[in-house]
Ligand binder design. Structure first.
Ligand SMILES: [Fe+2]
Length: 212
């Protein structure tokens, strides 16, 4: 059981980095899965911090909550590894809901669980769940708060592909376009609002490549 003890700006209690790392270690089915998912979460955290630093007018913002959200958002991916250690890509869209369930099961408050369920793509509507017949309960999975939006946004600039890679805004716009021009437009609006983080710089720190 992980105790919640760090108090964030808005008085929310959020787990510390060490507690979150321990939660990853507890749920990762292998060292490889941990390295892939936890490193990605750290990178998303770095990306979000660059975005926040570059756009001071997006304050007031609960930065501690964004940090915890970034570090936790993909924890549900561990539940998609099969016994042989392979990630089931066909069910990938479920990772948000699975993460929400995992955190709720670990006693985390809804505000933290939502970072998992509401960060996928540029958000998923109930209409999409039904029309695309997605394997998740029909509901809106959309960011509700600035903190949730920032976690979702930062996540778009790094992919757990093999090998993992960073994406420029242009590369993500192209990637999301296959789900419709409305998705690309939604993302482009976020780029205008939040700015593009320095992906080249962060990629060099992690030794990852950048897709342009
Ligand atoms: Fe992610």
């Amino acid at each position: 059981m992980h105790r919640l003890r760090t108090r964030s700006l808005l008085g929310m209690q959020v787990p510390t980095d060490d507690e979150i790392r321990a939660l990853h270690a507890e749920h990762a089915p292998s060292r490889e899965a941990f390295d892939l998912v936890y490193t990605h979460c750290r990178i998303v955290c770095d990306l979000a911090e660059h975005v926040i630093a570059a756009v001071p007018h997006i304050q007031p913002l609960d930065v501690a909550l964004v940090r915890a959200g970034c570090l936790l958002h993909d924890i549900g991916v561990y539940r998609l590894f099969d016994a042989s250690g392979r990630l089931d890509h066909t069910q990938y869209v479920r990772h948000g809901v699975l993460g929400h369930e995992l955190l709720a099961g670990a006693g985390m408050p809804e505000v933290l669980c939502r970072f998992c369920s509401c960060h996928t793509g540029t958000g998923i509507t109930e209409h999409e769940v039904r029309t695309r017949e997605l394997p998740i309960p029909p509901a809106d999975y959309l960011p509700d708060t600035l903190e949730e939006e920032l976690v979702m946004y930062a996540d778009k600039f790094h992919s757990k592909s093999d090998p993992p890679a960073f994406l420029t805004a242009r590369a993500y716009t192209q990637k999301v376009s296959r789900f419709g021009p409305d998705k690309a437009a939604l993302f482009e609006k976020m780029v205008e609002r939040f700015g593009e983080p320095p992906v080249e710089k962060i990629a060099a720190e992690y030794g990852h490549s950048v897709r342009h």
